[in-house]
Design a protein around this ligand. Structure first.
Ligand SMILES: Nc1nc(=O)c2c([nH]1)NC[C@@H]1CN(c3ccc(C(=O)N[C@@H](CCC(=O)O)C(=O)O)cc3)C=[N+]21
Length: 295
């Protein structure tokens, strides 16, 4: 069997177009476009690159972008003061503080300071709690993007066995909540899991989010399973070039899986599209408008 390739790039482009349409309608109703503020602390090159692509996608969807690049030496207090200003700014519907923050900054204090209604990353404890008890929440972009891919390529997920590898607050835990809400039987595996290959072999859906290049082998995948690869690591190849690798040994897994996301072009583009989606949704909720349909 050769797996169907789950086209994250195309699916993300569709979602970004929907956000653009919804944003234009929002602008007609309110006289302004939904606004996203992105905060980048320091010069960490990969973070700077991600922020550039976020700003570009924001502008291309016709949303308003507020970019705050501040020095690496910024203190927690100064960052909290910036978050307070963004919380109070009526033109800002979404706030994203790019992670990782410099080590001297109290990351949890900063994430908890973001107004939960503007928390388009879904990292605030209020949104984490709301997701976990099934209330309306802002949901983290990467797991939301993974869910959207599964819904498009698999359809109804009810009753399926899902194995999430990785238990981070950003991907693994919220991914498990979303799959549970979609009526999957969910297992969260991690570095201490006994016999990980055997656990993964049960899965109809595998979400790999551990940050270990090509950890998941083709022999671990049940025939016909859907494989979502969240990993993105640049790894030096024997010929000296650097290649972006996922957490799944793609060529092997594609021989047995029913469908699989490539890296790049899978989950990554969906993360950014879902950020725009969350910004549009937050804008509607803040204005007392019903949630836009089809997002
Ligand atoms: N507060 C916060 N929210 C985030 O959502 C957040 C963050 N901090 N810090 C860093 C991670 C990483 N992240 C990615 C987004 C898109 C791609 C993406 O589009 N990747 C391309 C490849 C890009 C390349 O070639 O390097 C792809 O998969 O096709 C990757 C990674 C969001 N993050």
């Amino acid at each position: 069997m050769t797996a169907e390739i789950i086209d994250g790039k195309a699916t993300a482009a569709e979602l970004r177009q929907k956000v653009a349409d919804v944003g234009a309608e929002f602008r007609q109703k309110t006289g302004r476009a939904p606004g996203l503020a992105v905060v980048l602390v320091g010069e960490h090159p990969p973070s700077a690159a991600y922020v550039r692509s976020k700003v570009k996608a924001t502008l291309e969807a016709g949303l308003q972008s507020f970019e705050h690049k501040i020095p690496a030496e910024t203190t927690t207090e100064e960052l909290l003061a910036l978050v307070d200003r963004l919380n109070a700014d009526p033109a800002v519907d979404g706030i994203l503080v790019q992670l990782p923050l410099p080590k001297h900054v109290d990351e949890q204090a900063v994430l908890t300071r973001v107004d939960p209604d503007k928390d388009v990353d879904g990292f605030h404890p209020v949104n984490v709690g709301r997701l976990s008890i099934g209330l309306e929440a802002l949901v983290p972009c990467t797991p939301l993007g993974c869910l959207k891919l599964l819904q498009k390529y698999v359809g109804d997920l009810s009753g399926l066995e899902a194995v999430v590898i990785g238990r981070s607050n950003i991907v693994g835990k919220p991914m498990a909540q979303l799959l549970l809400e979609a009526n999957c039987t969910v297992t969260i595996a991690h570095s201490r899991t006994r016999d990980l290959p055997e656990v993964v072999r049960r899965a109809d859906i595998v979400v790999a989010a551990v940050g270990r290049p090509e950890l998941v082998r083709g022999s671990w995948i049940k025939a016909g399973a859907s494989v979502i690869d969240v990993g993105q690591e640049r790894v030096e190849q024997p010929d000296g070039t650097r290649k972006l690798l996922g957490d799944v040994a793609y060529a092997e897994a594609a021989e047995v899986a029913g469908s699989i996301t490539p890296v790049p072009g899978g989950v990554g583009p969906m993360t950014i599209a879902c950020l725009l989606r969350n910004t549009a949704v937050a804008a509607h909720r803040r204005e007392g408008l019903p949630d836009p349909e089809g997002l």
